[in-house]
Design a protein around this ligand. Sequence first.
Ligand code: NAD
Ligand code: MG
Length: 414
Amino acid sequence: MTAFQRIAVLGSTGSIGDSTLDVIARHPDRLGVYALSAHSRMEKLAEQALASAARVVVVPDADAAARFRQAWAQLRTQGTTPPEIRIGAQALADTAADPDCDTVMAAIVGAAGLPSALAAARSGKRVLLANKEALVAAGSLFMAAVRDHGAELLPIDSEHNAIFQCLPHGERASAPTRPAAGVRRLILTASGGPFRQHDPDALHAITPAQACKHPNWSMGRKISVDSATMANKGLEVIEAHWLFAMPADRIEVLIHPQSVVHSMVEYEDGSVLAQLGQPDMRTPIAYGLGFPDRLASGVGLLDLARCGRLDFEKPDLRRFPCLGLAFDALAAGQGACIALNAANEIAVDAFLRETVPYTCIPAVIAQTLEWHAGRPSVTLDSLDDVLAEDAAARARAEQVLAHSRVAATQSRGR
Ligand code: NAD
Ligand code: MG
């Protein structure tokens, strides 16, 4: 794709959104912003819309639209045409499918990003997928949409982007139905997060600020907590399963604290191909925007002599129970993956609001998965099916959380 690309950046005010706008601004000859979206921080959205000359912004409700208009007016924008403001979740999906845009960066956090990512795939766009929760919740639906509508799917998550770069592929990215020929295993690397060597018995006292302080990557708060618990790597195992049609027993996770090797592909002949680079999301973003060309990303060069050494170790599932739970969910099927993701989103949100301790996160996921295992299986063939299952799992996870809060209060009262 060498023609000029008009891009919708969904979730533009987040960490991936920022990095995407940075890369786009470096290539005004081939990349331009069509639309931006955000759920909060309307001042930042207005600044981004002005700087990128976005034609459309999508905001959650009328109140946010008013805040956007106010912020726009305060930016001394006289003479500048304001962007069209679209409101609500349906507008988000419609914008992702808008014929005026070629490429959609799906960078909303959580399953909330699923309908718009799916709409982009169903309208045959180039889809840059950062939102891993969409694939975890609706992998088969999403990949079928990519195939059926001729969309071009480029993984942005750094591990999956690394694997994509190490796999044989043609000029067009698509959705495979079987593992690439000659590939034995995919090896996902993980930093191990801030608590890789933390005393497991002291984890209950972890604060949100500690959990969000990732040693190598600068990211949004939810994914930072996911990295600390390694739920993130669990979600990524499920993501890799769908993106590369790879069975779970051929996906391995290795802890690599330096975050220089972003992931690897092992071939039948014993070759292992890896993609290396600085831990900066602008590299996979530039790869997705430029594919099959390579674009400058603003990322500095990798100085291996300065790195000195690269370490690898197997993850300890007792220390990182969320990773084992994700493998369990993948083995159990799509409904269990929805339950895992929903429970994790609910538990992480409660932890970030400081209403439950850090150690509640794996407990809530495990109990929600147990509940799911006892439920009759349901069909998950449509977006509505998936959203209904997601809502049921969220309601259950909320109940589990409420019980654990009561238990914590009672034990403090004793
Ligand atoms: P973030 O929290 O920094 O940004 C999230 C964006 O989504 C914001 O623009 C926010 O306004 C919007 N948003 C939040 N809730 C929404 C809702 N209910 N409806 C619509 N919009 C909503 O998150 P991030 O770190 O940029 O991550 C975004 C996605 O990319 C996540 O799925 C994450 O797992 C994935 N990802 C991020 C990184 C990274 O380095 N940050 C790396 C790999 C994958
Ligand atoms: Mg990742």
